[in-house]
Unconditional design. Sequence first.
Length: 190
Amino acid sequence: MSRLEIVLYPEPVLTTPAKDVDEVDDEVRRLVDDMIETMYDAPGIGLAAPQVGKPVRVCICDVSNPQEDEEPKLHVLINPRVVERQGNIVWEEGCLSMPGLYREVKRSAQVVVEALDRDGNPQRYEAEGLLAVCMQHEIDHLDGVMFIDHLSRLKKRLALKEWRRLKEQHLARQAREEEEANEASEDEAD
């Protein structure tokens, strides 16, 4: 397994609908494994393949809370579709492709999702609360939709203005961390 680079908004892969997976093979399972490592390392509760530059309908979710010693509850969703929706919920959402930006988004409170699992077997998930929000957020990524797309025009414009500032800070922090890592590896080599 290897950690993948998370792409930042507005990379085109994030706003383009992903393609269905024709066959769940070793390449798809390797992508899933790399996405799992990337999501947990980030840390995040969900990740979609477009967020790591892969335009295929694959996403993962785990809303368990490790601080409360909960066991991981990983859901691998390949070619997922929301087939039922019920109720409404407003939840503050963030996104690994827009780190540091959070907004309240209205979603369905309960969903039924049909998808293939890591082995290509059909699954049906009944989700509510945070898991329902996470699944809808990740499936949106597969449809080329960002969480800010659910906001009013004014709120989206304000969020994008804030995102430009946050993105600059994020990229500067990444560059510093890479520089420090390079210096540390050079020191070890000496």
